[in-house]
Design a protein around this ligand. Structure first.
Ligand SMILES: NC(=O)c1ccc[n+]([C@@H]2O[C@H](COP(=O)([O-])OP(=O)(O)OC[C@H]3O[C@@H](n4cnc5c(N)ncnc54)[C@H](OP(=O)(O)O)[C@@H]3O)[C@@H](O)[C@H]2O)c1
Length: 278
């Protein structure tokens, strides 16, 4: 077996990796349990580990504000356990982090670079950043994705999330097309790259642009209202402050891994998404 994926069969991205990669297996080991992790690696002997396990909130990151111990155990201590077990066995591994450690467009307005100091807006984001800060000193690959968009309907897909909201805030963001993310991560793994990489499609997009495209291509009757970020919190629609950010992708491009700009790619993905609606 080549790839061992942590994140269980319930994990959205764990499943996506498992479907995409050949010779892979999802492990249901508890990443907070270091002895169990060591045993699993000794039993399965993978060439590469991918950590897609994480607490992303139940149902969303508001949960993390109230469950800090559970969140830090899985999102920060868990990756450190994997680091220890993989370093001991000289196993190369990749950790899924998040661009939500940033807020804004960065000091020069061109998007945050991998080495920029983050300003995490929520407890969930802090737990992801704490792991990044330690892992970047070791031989681990850390890929930061943002607001994943897939060509298949799923409650975790940004298209589904936006369509489910009657009110949206309309701030531009970097986003990640899953199909591009899987391919690019595999390329970085094959090159045995280490350190942090921003894995988002170049450019940025506003939620209203995605929904307008959905209306045009799929459901012209869909209704939505744009509200201010202030109203989102005032109306109690969200507790944890949501990240809105643009990431710089120059580092990925310098590797020769050039994802299509989001404004172009979203049209292709919406077409595939439409075909996949049952
Ligand atoms: N989806 C996004 O919007 C997004 C964006 C940026 C980054 N990420 C990162 O990508 C990773 C995967 O996200 P996802 O969207 O696939 O989330 P997901 O669907 O919630 O999957 C997370 C998986 O982790 C498992 N898990 C929780 N605690 C665990 C533990 N102690 N040991 C082993 N597995 C455990 C969960 O299992 P149970 O069901 O049993 O709890 C679930 O299978 C996370 O680290 C997340 O921070 C996601």
């Amino acid at each position: 077996m080549k790839y061992l994926i942590f994140g269980r069969k319930t994990g959205w991205l764990a499943q996506k990796f498992n479907d995409f990669l050949e010779n892979s297996l999802i492990s249901d080991v508890d990443i907070t349990d270091l002895p169990a992790l060591r045993e699993e690696l000794d039993k399965k002997k993978p060439e590469v580990v991918i950590n897609a396990a994480g607490i992303t909130g139940r149902p969303n990151i508001d949960w993390c504000e109230e469950h800090k111990i559970e969140t830090v155990a899985v999102n920060t201590t868990g990756p450190l356990n994997i680091l220890e077990a993989c370093e001991e066995r000289k196993i190369y591994w990749c950790h899924l982090s998040s661009g939500c450690v940033f807020q804004g467009r960065g000091s020069n307005g061109k998007g945050f670079k991998e080495e920029d100091q983050a300003n995490p807006p929520s407890f969930y984001s802090w737990t992801k950043y704490w792991a990044d800060q330690i892992l970047k000193n070791f031989s681990s690959l850390i890929v930061r994705l943002r607001m994943p968009i897939d060509n298949e309907p799923n409650p975790r897909n940004l298209i589904d999330k936006l369509v489910a909201y009657s009110q949206i805030i309309n701030t531009e963001n970097s986003v990640t097309i899953i199909q591009d993310f899987l391919k690019a991560t595999k390329q970085l793994i094959e090159k045995r790259r280490i350190g942090i990489y921003h894995l988002v499609n170049p450019g940025s997009i506003k939620p209203s642009e995605i929904i307008e495209l959905y209306k045009k291509m799929i459901n012209p009757n869909h209704q939505f209202k744009v509200i201010s970020e202030k109203d989102l919190y005032k109306q109690g629609l969200a507790k944890a402050v949501r990240s809105n950010c643009v990431l710089n992708t120059n580092k990925l491009q310098k590797e020769g891994i050039c994802l299509k700009p989001i404004q172009e790619r979203i049209i292709e993905i919406m077409r595939e998404y439409k075909d996949n609606i049952k």
